[in-house]
Design a protein around this ligand. Sequence first.
Ligand code: FAD
Length: 296
Amino acid sequence: MAEFSLALNDDQLQLKDWVHQFAVDTIRPAAHEWDEKEEFPWPVVQEAAKIGLYGLDFIMNAMADPSGLTMVVAIEEMFWGDAGIGMAIMGSGLAAAGIAGNGTPEQMMEWVPQCYGTPDDVKLGAFCVSEPDAGSDVSNLRTRAIYDEANDEWVLNGTKAWITNGGIANVHVVVAAVDPELKGRGQASFVIPPGTKGLSQGQKYLKHGIRASHTAEVVLDNVRVPGRCLLGGKEKLDAKLARYREGTSSGKQPAMATFEATRPAVGAQALALHAQRMSTHLTMQKSVTRSASRSS
Ligand SMILES: Cc1cc2nc3c(=O)[nH]c(=O)nc-3n(C[C@H](O)[C@H](O)[C@H](O)COP(=O)(O)OP(=O)(O)OC[C@H]3O[C@@H](n4cnc5c(N)ncnc54)[C@H](O)[C@@H]3O)c2cc1C
């Protein structure tokens, strides 16, 4: 087994410098404006797409890094620039991770690129788990998906809360209960393709921080998606549910699989904010010391 190490290799050190420079040149100068506007910072995300920081190649490379450090290093630098803009750049990655964690290779090839678009035509993804009564407790989800066998379609109903890019994303990945009696084990993930009828944005949250990132409710009102939008496929889901009902498997929750892959990035965000505060504090301390020595 490889020895555990948090030391950055040459590629990761280069990446750190590259993202830091983007934060200095592009994120920080734009931070105040977009924080005040409380709107999604499209021009900044387009700039990130142009240099390859927002896009399919970046997310695939990050997901393929066996050390897991590529993503957290990039996030730490971006959030040092500004947490709201950092979240706007990284939000689609949650949807990509939800698809990669639960979908087939064919579903990944079809849907992950649509979460990003191209530098000239940037698209967004959203990962929808949380609900008004289910935050940390993902086993309590009320959003329901029912299979309509005659049409090979799934019908989804429910309300998702606190969703990054909710309602403005092109691709929404939704975790819903397919067998509520099985609680967290009776859930599955679905891709809701762009323009699907019945999906709408509910309230947009006005926040105290991370304000350039769009966070909103997502309302699902009789949303119908084709059978192929069930991530992992029906055969696999049926076999999994049968095992759970027989009690022969304890299984994994689709939402938890995605969180396990993405939660280290949330830790990196917190570290970045701490570093930002420390650098502001040091700058203030230096200027107080300078003016004190001038006046003495
Ligand atoms: C800016 C922002 C963006 C977000 N983006 C997304 C998104 O894109 N997709 C999405 O699905 N969700 C998103 N969320 C929601 C986020 O994942 C939830 O806020 C989070 O899961 C916590 O849920 P909650 O707010 O309901 O808190 P709660 O679950 O009510 O937890 C409140 C507190 O109680 C603690 N707690 C809860 N249960 C227990 C327990 N059993 N034992 C001990 N302590 C417990 C928690 O640790 C926490 O400190 C976002 C939230 C924010 C603020």
